[in-house]
Design a binder for this molecule. Sequence first.
Ligand SMILES: Nc1ncnc2c1ncn2[C@@H]1O[C@H](COP(=O)(O)OP(=O)(O)OP(=O)(O)O)[C@@H](O)[C@H]1O
Ligand SMILES: [Mg+2]
Length: 462
Amino acid sequence: MSERPRTVLVVDADPASRERLGDMLAPGYRSVRVGSGEAALQVLDREEVDLMLLDLHLPGISGLDVLRIVRENAPRTEVIGLSETRDLDLGIEAIRAGAYHYIEKGTDAITLRGILDHALERQDLNRQVTRLHAEVAEQHERPFIVGPSRPTRELVELARRVSPLPATVLILGESGTGKELLARLIHRTGGDPERPFVAVNLAAIPSELVESTLFGHERGAFTGAIRQQIGKFELANGGTLFLDEIGDLRMDLQAKLLRALQEDEIERVGGTHPILTSFRLIAATNLDLEKAVKDGRFRGDLYYRLNVIPMHMPPLRNRLEDLPELANFFLRRYTLKFHKRVRGIADSTLRLLASYWWPGNIRELENLVERLVAVSEKEWITDEDLPYEFHVAQAQSTAPASTNVLDAALSTFERNFLLRALDRNGWNVTATARALGLPLSTLKFKMDRLEIRELARRIRGH
Ligand SMILES: Nc1ncnc2c1ncn2[C@@H]1O[C@H](COP(=O)(O)OP(=O)(O)OP(=O)(O)O)[C@@H](O)[C@H]1O
Ligand SMILES: [Mg+2]
């Protein structure tokens, strides 16, 4: 329940009863008290009302009519119908018209408070369901764009072949390459789309909560376990469990995970009996797991259990042929979202984008296009709209004639050339210098001049 005080609108023609009801509310509830349906509708027009205690015998506009208007216009406000004496027919009619409950005005404070609490709980649940529906719709609306490049076509073909099998898939690839999107694609094409797809980002959960998040816990299993929680393993039953950033899992939890995967059954923390659960597992990481095993940071037995069908997401720089399609797809997404009239990205600008390094892969491309569309006031995105990294274009199109355009172009070429060489050599500067046949000091000097020293350091440290 959120912190803001809840507003209860008390509508009762009898002043004494109105005050009594208003005074009975629990702390944390704020009451607004009025004596007629007309006055109630004015309040509803003005402010957000969570709950309504509505006298069904009102002078003027009737209680049932007020109820119908509220249901039409303020669907989130829960209404509790009231009458002086018990009148079953009236109560049934009110509930049919959408009231949450019906009580007599003489109801005691404890009962009244209980009913209000329940009504609020239902309201919170309704909100959550609405939010989840929106999230699910958003996920469904996120198609996996298949560009023309060979690595992408091969990847999607492999996904199509493995999706009907219950085998574990391990998706490896740099950050932002679309690992989660691929996992959802495998899930969707694998069968009934209504089956659960449960995603867990292991890097985002504090390590002391990982176990109870995955396995669930019984009420009272540990301090703070105030109610039972169903774990993700159970929630994924019959569907797909997506464990993202698996490389970040602590060693002791790796052992527990392995045991659960081998036995097809789990036990909730504090639980007394094993629970059967069965799902397709898809794990993903941007770490080199094989190396992590060698370094003793990842359990070899878990690695072999996960590495049944490995799928490698190619970084964007290795499938630049896909870039125009992806960029145009994001352009359409954000022109719709921001109500803009941008029609496209100029060809020369697409070529410039293809010469960039893309350390953040497709996510970086999406973010860039989002920013470009958000600030654009033109029909076409052109070279000068691109930020500094793509600056050679700027030099060509906007700089005064005296700027040495050739030098700027050479710098860009050199920068991209060095970045590619660094990547091939695992971002090791000494190895790169050797591979290029350059003295180390020359390479370092060039990296400083081209401002890629910091970038290289960041990628290496990743
Ligand atoms: N083929 C694609 N088609 C459309 N959008 C894509 C594609 N690949 C990635 N994206 C978009 O790029 C963003 C990053 O994708 P996703 O979250 O799947 O990557 P990730 O590999 O899981 O990244 P991280 O390692 O950072 O979690 C998302 O917004 C996703 O919608
Ligand atoms: Mg991810």
